[in-house]
Design a protein around this ligand. Structure first.
Ligand code: NAD
Length: 265
């Protein structure tokens, strides 16, 4: 079967480069074009001697020249929605990982899909393991009365707790339908040591050099605990999710929001 032709928007970025490598190394996929606002030469040399492809700041020109079936976008929100419009107008399917899209943006992408009869996968988190972790946590939440989350990230992460920790807690509460038990600590000799609390779930944030992105959910009840843990070692962790989305989006029409929905979780 012919390889699925992929163009990458945000190709100069950390995620864009990771996507180019992952797609180029997949036998059933091919990088045919690259776009970034600051491209170097007019072409991009692919890894493993796979030749070179058009590379420019002009998305429409690259799409017309390279004729991709899928545009993968990891850029910034404003650029992402402009790219979605341009790709949709040429009937190119979309895989969007850029974060910060508004609800209006998502609705517009959904409309573009039905107007242009294309498929789109938009996922703020392409880490397969993180999505499965949340799915498992949802299931466990029905059976345990106590749960705490420890999220661990590198020292430069700007926010706390992580978006994934909040999303996990939210999903756990929705699945359970009531708060978890959160026994009050009578004497806390160091403020904050019990973490933040959301629906009875204590959330603890560690920021340590050497870590990347990790999370543990510890469930407990009489005489037992159950721990679910996910470790993301580097940006490669997003690639199985992105590659799955590319393979799926050419077979569907319409918008799928979230890797969990794409996987049917
Ligand atoms: N969905 C996920 O799982 C996931 C994972 C990691 C990062 N992200 C998101 O992906 C996005 C990119 O992350 P990154 O770490 O690669 O950032 P980055 O800053 O390294 O890369 C962004 C790239 O987009 C390019 N760009 C900006 N404006 C552009 C424009 N108008 N036209 C073309 N290119 C433009 C920049 O030049 C840059 O090369 C961010 O929104 C980030 O939050 C999502």
């Amino acid at each position: 079967m012919a390889a699925i032709k992929v163009a990458v928007h945000g190709a100069q970025g950390k995620m864009g480069q990771e996507v180019i490598n992952a797609v180029a190394r997949s036998a059933d996929l091919a990088v045919v074009g690259a776009v970034d606002k600051k491209p170097g030469a007019g072409f991009l040399t692919l890894p493993d001697g796979k030749g070179r492809v058009p590379y420019s700041g002009d998305l429409r020109a690259v799409l017309l020249e390279s004729q991709p079936q899928v545009l993968v976008d990891f850029s910034v929100a404003e650029a992402s929605i402009a790219a979605a419009r341009a790709a949709a107008s040429l009937g190119v399917n979309l895989v969007i990982g850029t974060t910060g899209l508004s609800q209006d943006n998502i609705r517009e992408i959904e409309t573009l899909c039905s107007q242009r009869q294309i498929g789109a996968v938009v996922a703020p988190n392409f880490a397969l393991g993180a999505v499965v972790m949340i799915h498992l946590a949802r299931t466990a939440s029905k059976y345990f009365d106590y749960a705490e989350i420890v999220e661990m990230h590198h020292e430069n992460k700007k926010d706390a707790p992580s978006g994934t920790a909040i999303a996990t807690a939210q999903a756990m509460l929705e699945a359970r339908g009531k708060p978890f038990q959160h026994p009050p600590t009578e004497k806390q000799t160091l403020a904050g040591t019990r973490g933040g609390e959301h629906g009875g779930i204590a959330i603890h944030s560690m920021r340590v050099r050497g870590l990347n992105a990790h999370q543990e959910i510890v469930f407990g009840d009489l005489g037992q605990t159950l721990t679910i843990r996910h470790d993301s070692i580097n940006r490669e962790s997003f690639m199985p999710g992105v590659l799955t989305a590319i393979r799926e989006v050419v077979r569907r029409k319409g918008l799928v929001y979230g890797l969990d929905r794409l996987l049917g979780l």
